[in-house]
Design a protein around this ligand. Structure first.
Ligand SMILES: *Cc1c(COP(=O)(O)O)cnc(C)c1O
Length: 376
């Protein structure tokens, strides 16, 4: 895998060192969270004299995490309290009444719902796999690739060029990929918006979001965060930073588990529509292989109906029924229960970092149990 790190380091090294301060004897590698709302001010010169004044505006714990994510993505990062806080910040900063936004029809459902609620904004929904309409008259093209939950992939470079030619801005929701999977800014996008709740932090214990862009957009998003107060707590920001050092290892195991489980699922008669962009023959495989540096550990597949999914999840010892994805534990979510426009039996399986053989055995047994109950 070619390095994307400015210093030429590989992904593991880049993640371990992401955003860390220079070594100073007697200090920790990663300084702890600074839990402060106000900081001491210079009595005479006020906030101009020191970096920290009030925690909502900026603080040292965010700066560390923003340096880490910004370094991995190749731009300037602003962290938010959740992925939706980052996405709504981007939409409300970039789009106003009279504007048209292009959004994925198969992407994260809340993004569509939020955009549809904006007064005076026209939303055009397009499937991630295309075909894409002309971007004439469009203010913002928000791509989501791979799309959650269906895992279709679009060509960021090609669509960014088309959007820019029409005068539109391009944002990419890169949540599923993480910065190790793809770096949208290097592919021509103007802005990354993402949830850090998923694989980026990966321990199912933090809600976080972020944007990455150039200096001008970043300045506007920082002001927006301060004005609206969509701020992550320093403790969450620190937990996220602490988790980043293992991102390379976690993704490697998740991806290997997804490869094995996708192949196993594709061979079962009661399972249909197995989607994993790493599977040769998957409709997204060609673009993903060209664009992505690694394929995420999320697999989509469909069982005959909702009850079948319920029996499968009840019978499994290792797969937790849970929404969200990208964590160290393998989880599965029946997406129709949240209102996604997918078949009732559609499952988004998020592969954790358990041993591949254990997962294969457990899923096989649970699927057999679910099928036997159907037959009986
Ligand atoms: C989860 C998710 C979000 C929202 O993130 P939160 O941290 O839950 O607010 C946005 N986009 C995608 C693709 C997601 O998977």
């Amino acid at each position: 895998m070619t390095s994307t790190d400015p210093a030429g380091y590989g992904d593991g090294t880049a993640c371990v060192h992401a955003g860390l301060p220079e070594p100073v004897p007697g200090t920790p590698f990663l300084p702890g969270p600074v839990l402060a709302a106000p900081y001491h001010l210079d009595p005479e010169n006020g906030p101009a004299a020191a970096a920290n004044g009030y925690g909502r505006v900026d603080n040292p714990t965010w700066r560390g995490l923003e340096a880490a994510i910004g370094g991995l993505e190749g731009g300037e990062c602003v962290v938010f309290s959740s992925g939706m806080a980052a996405i709504s910040a981007a939409l409300l900063t970039l789009v106003g009444p009279g504007d048209t936004v292009v959004l994925p029809s198969d992407g994260y459902y809340k993004t569509r719902a939020f955009a549809a609620s904006l007064p005076g904004v026209t939303v055009r929904e397009v499937p991630t796999a295309g075909p894409y309409p002309s971007f004439d008259g469009v203010r913002l093209v928000l791509l989501e690739t791979p799309a959650n939950p269906g895992l279709d992939v679009c060509d960021i470079a090609e669509l960014s060029a088309a959007a820019h030619a029409a005068g539109a801005l391009v944002a990419v929701d890169s949540t599923t990929a993480t910065p190790l999977g793809q770096q949208p800014l290097r592919l021509g996008a103007d802005l990354v918006v993402a949830s850090g709740t998923k694989a980026l932090t990966g321990h199912s214990d933090v809600l976080l979001g972020y944007t990455v862009a150039g200096p001008e957009l970043t300045a506007r998003l920082r002001t927006w965060r301060d004005d609206t107060g969509a701020v992550p707590g320093p403790f969450e920001a620190w937990l996220a930073h602490r988790s980043l050092s293992t991102l390379d290892l976690r993704l490697a195991r998740q991806s290997a588990n997804a490869a094995a489980l996708a192949r196993m699922l594709a061979g079962r008669p009661e399972v249909s529509s197995v989607r994993w962009p790493g599977l040769p023959g998957d409709p997204a495989h060609e673009v993903a292989s060209r664009q992505m540096r690694r394929i995420p550990g999320v697999v989509a597949f469909t069982l005959p109906d909702a009850a079948h999914v319920g029996r499968f999840l009840s019978a499994s010892k290792l797969v937790y029924a849970a929404t969200s994805f990208g964590g160290t534990h393998t989880t599965a979510d029946r997406r129709a229960q949240w209102g996604d426009p997918v078949p009732e039996g559609m499952v988004r399986l998020s592969c954790g970092i358990e041993d591949t053989d254990d997962l294969l055995l457990d899923l096989d047994a649970a699927l057999n149990a679910a099928r036997a109950a159907t037959a009986g």
